[in-house]
Design a protein around this ligand. Sequence first.
Ligand SMILES: Nc1nc2c(ncn2[C@@H]2O[C@H](COP(=O)(O)OP(=O)(O)OP(=O)(O)O)[C@@H](O)[C@H]2O)c(=O)[nH]1
Ligand SMILES: [Mg+2]
Length: 470
Amino acid sequence: MDNISATCIENNPICAISTPPGVGGIAVARISGKGAIEIVDKIWKGTSLVNARTHTAHYGEITDSNGETLDAGVATVFKAPRSFTGEDTVEISIHGSRYIQSRLINLLVESGCRAAGAGEFTRRAFVNGRLDLASAEAVADMIASESKAAHAIAVRQMKGDYSQRLDTLRNRLTELAALLELELDFSEEDVEFASRTALRDTAIEIQATLRSLASSFKTGAAIKNGVPVAIVGAPNAGKSTLLNTLLAEERALVSPIKGTTRDTIEETIDIDGIQFRLIDTAGLRTTSDTIEQLGINRTLDKISNASIVIWLIDPTQNEETQLSEITAKIDPSSTLLKVINKSDILQTPPHTEKDTIHISAKNGDGIETLRHTLVDAVIKGLPGETDMIVTNARHYESIIAAEKAISAVIENLNAGTPEANASGYSGIMISGDIIAQDLREAIHHLGAITGAITTTDILSTVFSRFCIGK
Ligand SMILES: Nc1nc2c(ncn2[C@@H]2O[C@H](COP(=O)(O)OP(=O)(O)OP(=O)(O)O)[C@@H](O)[C@H]2O)c(=O)[nH]1
Ligand SMILES: [Mg+2]
């Protein structure tokens, strides 16, 4: 068993300042582990914290070994297992001077604590069964969330619904694997506990769920990190003007000289609670200028990495040729928006083609429509309100691996069917133990997401993303 809870659990007392580094009105130090309350009592002048009831707050003084007062503060006592970490914990609110904060940590270390590493409190909470791994990661995402949409996804994952649903999928697979394994115990008697048809139906259903989860990752990750939007087109199409108009600031240089933008310029904006990363690029054209060509190569890179590509067109020029360059690079799951600029100088009103947006980057006409279209493009990539969204690269990798294992299960189950045999498939009936093995593989990968199955490596990677004190 590679579950961490089966390995040695360290519960020595650790301490850290949990509030952000720097000066503040107050700062909070957290101390957790076996003997944590006794250690704080050594430097605490006031009510005995060891004798205090759990979930009570006490005013007192912090003193050093010479009895000199460092600060006055409030200590809140949480007794195991009713604390965030599941261990005895004290949180001391002190005045937020840098000196007091570092001196308090020194006093605690002198009294027998160790300074906590990144995410160590949350890691202990996980090891002690206070929260699952995906929920712990959602806490980190919530702390890092910078837009309403990113925050909403983190809240959904933190509530544990995500983990519960993955556990349900995993339990269904475990039951099937167990039935197959039971058959193996009775192999002499040629019994079939697990109906192959039912098994195949369930595997197909789970495969579809895993595929939809995997496809939610692109949008999920984009929402978490900002949706990349590349603005591309011919020189002078008005790309930099559009960036400036969307940002409502003169960020990029604009000029009637073709090839003004050489390097990419990236800025973030929030539209309706979704964070977008707008990328202004060098205009696409054939050039003998080495530096301009380098810029154009960057444009092509940005097209491949963007979730949305705005293809900006100057209707006074003939630019249809760029389309093939763009479509050669764009990811098939990304959105391409054809946007015709400079509506203000068109003699005849624009002829509205389906899926084409007309704007004037210069005077702002059509910009509101463009903003709505950007938001809609993101929302259409999202599963429904109640569906799960994958935002975490680690989860995505596990889902892909689980899907691969389930696909192998389905393939092996198909191999033995009369249809497969009738179609001349040379495969013979694949034995239950091979199918069970693939099922176990899928179970393992799904378990890695919620932490039902973990290795020290997984935990170290996950918790190193946290800050010290969390
Ligand atoms: N009339 C009109 N002119 C515009 C509009 N948008 C941009 N322009 C003008 O078109 C010229 C080129 O604009 P830029 O924004 O620099 O074009 P660009 O696509 O960034 O060009 P490069 O950086 O050279 O690739 C400038 O003179 C702008 O003022 C528009 O909506 N209407
Ligand atoms: Mg430009």
